[in-house]
Design a protein. Structure first.
Ligand SMILES: [Zn+2]
Ligand SMILES: [Zn+2]
Length: 149
């Protein structure tokens, strides 16, 4: 988490009439320090494990605020749970998701970026964000017969 991000987080909480508590900073830090795509529940459990005294509701609410203000990115891989990831520092990337084991692979495709821009231009849209997910079976899961799972 950069000083800039912390500053922005402080401003955002202020706008929401909330205080920048050590607990909320820990929630944000947890996402910043991870390369994973984390559910709010995982963030909550990991904070509990680190003996951070925080309620589940605060974690969920904080993640929601972080997302609303573009400090984290989130996605739904089809199971109805949001997975969050650090946003500010990382460039736009897309995801390949294995529908069997849930493995998420990140990739960047300049062709996709260009095509999106072309589409946006054509319809006179200013792009703010995009969500692009490819669902399939990873190499490992294709080796395992369906019946074993
Ligand atoms: Zn898989
Ligand atoms: Zn990602």
């Amino acid at each position: 988490m950069t000083d800039l991000e912390l500053e922005k987080f402080k401003r955002v909480l202020n706008d929401e009439n909330l205080k920048l508590t050590p607990q909320r900073v820990e929630v944000f830090r947890e996402v910043c320090n991870s390369d994973e795509h984390l559910e709010a529940e995982e963030i909550y459990l990991s904070l509990k494990q680190r003996k951070v005294n925080i309620s589940r509701a605060t974690v969920y609410r904080t993640m929601d605020i972080l997302y609303q203000h573009d400090l984290v990115q989130r996605m739904d891989i089809g199971d109805g749970k949001w997975r969050y990831e650090h946003w500010l520092d990382c460039h736009q990337h897309d995801h390949l998701i294995c529908i069997r084991c849930g493995t998420i692979v990140e990739f960047v495709s300049h062709q996709i970026e260009e095509i999106q821009q072309d589409v946006a231009d054509k319809f006179n849209y200013k792009l703010l964000r995009h969500v692009h997910q490819l669902f399939g079976l990873c190499k490992q899961c294709r080796k395992t017969p369906m019946s074993v799972i």
